[in-house]
Write a protein that binds this ligand. Sequence first.
Ligand code: HEM
Length: 277
Amino acid sequence: MESEKKISAVQMTDRDLSEQIKQVTKDCHERAENTELMLSFQRGKVTLPQFKVLLCSLYEVYQALEEEMDRNSNHPGVAPIYFPAELARLKTLAKDLEFFYGQNWREKIVVPAATKRYCHRIRQLGRENPEFLIAHAYTRYLGDLSGGQVLGRIAQKSLGLKSSDGLSFFAFPGVSSPNLFKQLYRSRMNSVALTEEERNGVLEEAVRAFELNIQVFDDLQKMVNISENAQQNYSTKSTAVNTLQISNTLIKASPLFTMVLGLFVALATVSMGIYAF
Ligand code: HEM
């Protein structure tokens, strides 16, 4: 983008919002990186269930964020950092969800309470304090353009995806250089006129945005753990069934016993289907 080139020489100072926001969110950035879900990514161990539930939650979050940014695009606190052509993620997420869940993906989206809380907060700000949306846009978009780029490549490898199908979320075709674009974004953030009180509010909101992300990651991991435990319980039970089946063949159990056993296996398979992603 041509505007990216114009700002490469801009000097940032520690009074700039972009520097302050980075400073105040340093600790929570580290905590976000160390959530179980993000560690799975960094270790190259992200699983399909983890990835799919993350996409579902990101879809809801970006829906709230982008609707509120669109609605407030002329607000003086939003206009300078409004870059829908370069940054919008909602359509990319819809594409990825369709790839993983099929055409009726909308019916299959599951999000935890933390995601609902995050979206609720964004929508509340859109209505009451649009100037604070900058904190949420910064947290998500600059994150996606930073560590997010590496996470995309790791996910492709971990999930064994042969092409970029399912990974549109990580691609920013409208951004030729993420680093230059981030510089432009920071300079636009710094151009927003804020009172001291508003600036403190934005900084507080950025910490909150990271906290909300951490809560989402923790909730998602719990969801995945519950599902995995249910599957493990099932396979333990099914091992018991197998053992019984082996005994069954060995001792030549009665036909009634075989029928009851068959019914039990069928019921267990149905419950398993309910838990499966
Ligand atoms: C596996 C997890 C993560 C890794 C490895 C990671 C890594 C990074 C790296 C290397 C940078 C660039 C730092 C720089 O240019 O100085 C960065 C920046 C950033 N990350 Fe992350 N990150 C992760 C998770 C997150 C999460 C979960 C969020 C927010 C939800 C986030 C938000 C940001 C933001 C907003 C920036 C821009 C900082 C700035 O320049 O002001 N990151 N991240």
